[in-house]
Ligand binder design. Structure first.
Ligand SMILES: Cc1cc2nc3c(=O)[nH]c(=O)nc-3n(C[C@H](O)[C@H](O)[C@H](O)COP(=O)(O)OP(=O)(O)OC[C@H]3O[C@@H](n4cnc5c(N)ncnc54)[C@H](O)[C@@H]3O)c2cc1C
Length: 495
């Protein structure tokens, strides 16, 4: 297993093309660029914690392939216990970073592909699973950070991939030969991509026969020829080029350092191709990845919310209203919402079941309910934090003002709360609340792992409404079969 330092050193060896604000960075500058370094630090923590005996049980596990001790982020879930520990691990790390540490996306892609390649081979007689296991062994042995690359730019959402005016709006195969395939397109919103080693490309939606070229999954090094990354802007990101306080979370940053990854005729050898034209399995792959990924959100956002709750409570204490009844009530409400998020993630894990491959899979309905809650409850948690935080979280002068020899004394004097607390501490907490409850951070809760509607479609599919109707009819003493026949007759009459 790599340490954080070994992980960072390994990133420096890549020959990666990253653009930030229109400028191509030199490959060796990427890790230390102020826009990127925080995301590197938070991912590095997933490596360092695996060497800390306190977290050994959560962070490490025995590989089912080699029997060796590996970082959990490269593991295939072998039990319900593994699924539960994943969620506990995510909450624990989030409590330390206050933000995304990116590695869960690749973790979920590994598990999704492991289960789907097995089922694909069984049905179609392909050989993807063996291939994938070899790749997995390489990932585990080298403690590789893998970006999960599912979301395509998608162009006109009302059209299928093959119907788009521009064929590259979904990643597709443009050439096949005896050595491998060539792919073209882009992947959008790529978390942790610029500080990963490899990306796992997956289709973003179920495909029809016409979309055959778009049903493609493969592993690609982030610095392969033809790959370039355009780093995304974030709320207040220029503050990263200034001092520390105004960033709020200077060490770990905000969200996962997303980028647009362009794939311009990228060659992929067959040993790294895990789906190529098997349209009937692309929907299943999307579903598996989505559910594994939605499982996470009560864990990671639970931990992030723990930090938000702490920040709000500290702000109240530092400002002298920490003991007020309405503040305590609001903090309690935030705790209630946070534990509700966490409960869903634990529940979908506890209800996990083995797939045909032997890998364990979450309860998909509960995983979707959990992520859907995140799209709503985080907004309420953050609203309460802003309520408690006060207007200072939006209007505060800068760190430069605080340090200014002429006006610093006024900032010091007039931003003071409780007289014994240094003003700078209060400013740091106010900035943390600002950073964690606005802009980019909120949108991640809405769209990361899929927009709300993407979860809702699972409800009608998985919740068995007919069974619920039956329960009601039985309890009310109404004969279900008679009602069914009567409704069918009425529907026929209408036609
Ligand atoms: C911070 C962040 C990190 C992310 N990280 C990753 C990552 O690491 N890997 C990855 O693969 N993806 C990642 N994503 C992408 C995420 O999965 C997508 O944002 C999400 O699936 C929504 O897609 P979109 O952003 O293209 O939104 P859109 O598709 O533009 O959706 C916007 C709205 O339009 C609606 N809509 C879309 N299509 C239709 C339609 N056909 N009919 C009716 N309504 C429609 C949606 O329901 C939604 O309400 C990340 C996103 C964010 C914000």
């Amino acid at each position: 297993m790599k340490t954080g330092k070994e992980y960072i050193d390994s990133l420096r060896k890549r020959n990666i093309k990253v653009y930030v604000k229109g400028q191509l960075l030199k490959s060796e500058e990427v890790v230390d660029h102020p826009f990127i370094r925080g995301h590197v630090n938070s991912a590095a923590l997933t490596y360092d914690l695996a060497h800390d005996p306190v977290y050994e049980d959560l962070m490490t596990v025995k590989s089912h392939l080699t029997g060796k001790k590996i970082n959990r982020f490269t593991h295939i879930h072998q039990s319900v216990d593994d699924l539960v520990k994943k969620v506990k691990m995510l909450r624990m790390i989030s409590q330390k970073t206050g933000t995304c540490y990116q590695r869960c996306v690749g973790f979920d892609a590994l598990n999704a592909l492991y289960t789907v390649t097995y089922e694909m081979d069984k049905k179609l007689g392909t050989e993807y699973h063996q291939r994938f296991k070899k790749y997995l062994e390489y990932v585990q042995e080298n403690d590789i950070m893998v970006a999960g690359a599912m979301t395509d730019p998608k162009g006109d959402r009302s059209l299928r991939p093959s119907q788009q005016a521009d064929p590259d709006l979904y990643v597709h195969v443009v050439e096949k030969n005896d050595k491998g395939i060539v792919i073209r397109g882009a992947k959008a919103h790529m978390t942790g991509m610029v500080n990963s080693h490899e990306m796992l490309i997956m289709p973003t939606t179920a495909m029809t026969e016409e979309d055959k070229d778009y049903a493609v999954s493969c592993a690609v090094p982030v610095d392969a020829p033809g790959v370039l990354h355009i780093f995304g802007r974030q709320t207040n990101d220029d503050r990263k080029c200034e001092g520390e306080i105004d960033q709020g979370n200077a060490r770990y940053g905000i969200v996962g350092g997303e980028c647009l990854t362009v794939l311009e005729n990228v060659f992929v050898p067959w040993e790294k191709v895990f789906m190529c034209g098997e349209t009937e399995f692309s929907g299943l792959l999307v579903e598996r990845f989505a559910c594994y990924h939605r499982q996470n959100y009560g864990g990671c956002k639970g931990g992030v919310s723990d930090v938000v709750i702490g920040a709000a409570a500290v702000m109240a204490d530092m400002s002298g209203y920490g003991k007020a009844a309405h503040i305590k009530e609001k903090i309690n409400e935030m705790i209630h919402l946070t534990e509700t998020l966490y409960a869903c993630s634990i529940a979908c894990s506890a209800e996990g079941k083995p797939t045909a491959s032997g890998a364990y899979y979450v309860d998909p309905l509960l995983a979707n309910v959990g992520k859907h809650n995140v799209t709503r409850l985080i907004y309420e948690i953050d609203r309460l934090a802003q309520d408690i935080g006060g207007g200072i979280t939006a209007t505060m002068p800068s760190e430069s003002d605080l340090r200014n020899p002429e006006i610093g004394k006024y900032v010091e004097k007039y931003l003071k709360g409780v007289s014994t607390i240094p003003t700078e501490y209060r400013m740091r907490i106010a900035r943390l609340i600002e950073n964690m409850t606005g802009g980019t951070a909120l949108v991640e809760s809405m769209h990361g792992a899929g927009s709300p509607q993407a979860q809702k479609v699972f409800y009608s599919k998985l919740s068995n409404l007919e069974h619920k109707k039956r329960c009601a009819l039985d309890i009310a003493g109404v004969p279900a079969d008679e009602v069914k026949a009567a409704l069918e007759a009425a529907a026929k009459g209408k036609k």
